[in-house]
Design a protein around this ligand. Structure first.
Ligand code: MEV
Length: 438
């Protein structure tokens, strides 16, 4: 059977599934039943999910966990996290508890400016282009009024538009570089709609601009799109305590722990191979909260990693120091998040997650997410510099191995108990299951 098809999106869901299973699977009934077992019996809820994207054939589950005891700026949160990696929620919870007993996390939003650009080509005199831009700028803003009026009324909107000369990079390349305040919305649709309107106005006015030659009038809009690089939409979170308060249960003194911890951070600051893994651990916490609250984790990932390379070398997102006997550990990251619009009013679990977080503003959510990243990094470095990561990781992974072997509830209880005092490795678990079953 041909593996290509035209008009697939127009087929009904069950016809789509028929085509897929008949084309790609030998056991068609088994494949169908795997897909269908994830359908929700509540038809309305299923339809909602079907309509999020095109060609939905089933739902893809991720666990939604919670990490309690996060004390942030004096307020206690239980943070929702959607993630598949076994040890992430446990690690976040542990770090939350640890810091809740040492004053908690402090977080502050440094700035909330978002960016979008109209990329265009112009061959002609730059001075004339600058004059044209200055003349047309008020119109760019005025013609976007139907899009911006609600946002303006709430105190947000277009902050500025600049003309940028990029001809050193590409001959004839210029930008309208615009900045926006989108308040509690992530703002992607708002920004993109404004940019497309700027482009329309810019092009139309260029055609009418008397000082331009016929060639100059033909400036060409290449594209209009927001930037996911948001170095001015920045949040900082930190923890600190006296070194002696870092009393560890890991068999090393607080002083040795603090100094090893700081060395680990310094290594991630200078060594990109380590920095990527270090930051990946931070993103374990960040993505999980971003996803649970219905935000765009791809946008956050792209922006955060670009920020981590802003000085020309990929580096750690967190930093640590000891100053007059006080240990301080902090993160500074760009996060473009929303608590209104998008999935936030649509996905029942996202609504629940936001309610659990006391209906945060976008700024408050930025603080919560930054804290989740910092906590995750603290937990990872704490394990790495003391017991090693595998002890905790494999303990959490134990359940996955038991499930792979279809362990019964009774077997699980016995083996979890056994591995409380024995080292968890894949082979040790397999061995123990075999022994139990023989
Ligand atoms: C695993 O998902 C994350 C860690 O590798 C992070 C780190 O090494 O810092 C444990």
């Amino acid at each position: 059977m041909s593996k290509t098809i035209t008009g697939f999106s127009k087929l009904s869901k069950s016809k789509k599934i028929d085509w897929i299973v008949n084309t790609y699977f030998t056991n068609t009934e088994a494949a169908k039943s795997v897909l269908k077992q994830y359908w929700n019996s509540n038809d309305k809820l299923q339809q909602l999910h079907d309509e999020f994207i095109e060609n939905t054939i089933t739902n893809y589950y991720l666990p939604l966990g919670v990490a309690p005891n996060f004390l942030i700026n004096g307020k206690t949160y239980t943070i929702p996290m959607a993630i598949e990696e076994s040890s992430v929620v446990a690690a976040a919870s542990k770090a939350a508890k640890f810091w809740s007993e040492r004053g908690g996390f402090k977080a502050e939003v440094i700035s909330t400016t978002k960016i979008g650009q109209v990329h265009f080509m112009y061959s002609g005199d730059y001075t004339k282009l600058k004059q044209f831009f200055n003349t047309v700028k008020p119109q760019l803003i005025a013609k976007a009024k139907p899009i911006t009026k609600n946002m303006d009324a709430r105190g947000g909107g277009i902050l500025d538009i600049e003309l940028r000369n990029k001809t050193e990079d590409i001959s004839g390349y210029y930008q309208l570089h615009a900045t926006f305040e989108t308040l509690d919305a992530m703002g992607a649709n708002f920004i993109n709609s404004c940019l497309e309107q700027f482009a329309k106005t810019f092009r139309a006015e260029a055609l009418k601009y008397n000082d331009f030659t016929p060639t100059e009038k033909q400036l060409e809009i290449v594209m209009s799109i927001l930037s996911n690089y948001v170095p001015e939409c920045l949040v900082r979170a930190e923890v600190s305590c006296k070194i002696e308060e870092l009393n560890e249960d890991k068999g090393i003194s607080p002083q040795v722990f603090a100094s090893k911890f700081i060395q680990a951070v310094k290594i991630a600051e200078v060594e990109p191979y380590r920095a990527v893994t270090h930051n990946k651990g931070i993103m374990n916490g960040i993505d999980a909260v971003v996803l649970a609250t219905g935000n765009d984790f791809r946008a956050v990932e792209a922006g955060v990693h670009a920020y981590a390379s802003r000085n020309g070398k990929y580096s750690s997102l967190t930093h640590a120091k000891i100053d007059e006997g006080v240990f301080t550990f902090w993160i500074e990251i760009p996060l473009a998040l929303g608590t209104v619009g998008g999935l936030t009013n649509l996905h029942p679990l996202v609504k629940l997650a936001l309610e659990l977080l006391h209906h945060p503003s976008a700024k408050e959510l930025m603080q919560i997410v930054a804290v989740a990243g910092l906590a995750q990094n603290f937990a990872a470095l704490r394990s790495l510099t003391t017991t090693g990561i595998q002890q905790g990781h494999m303990k959490m992974h134990l359940m996955n191995i038991l499930n792979q072997f279809e362990a019964t509830d009774e077997e699980k209880l016995l083996l979890i108990d056994y591995f409380k005092t024995n080292l968890v490795t894949h082979s040790a678990v397999v061995e123990a299951i075999k022994k139990l079953r023989s």
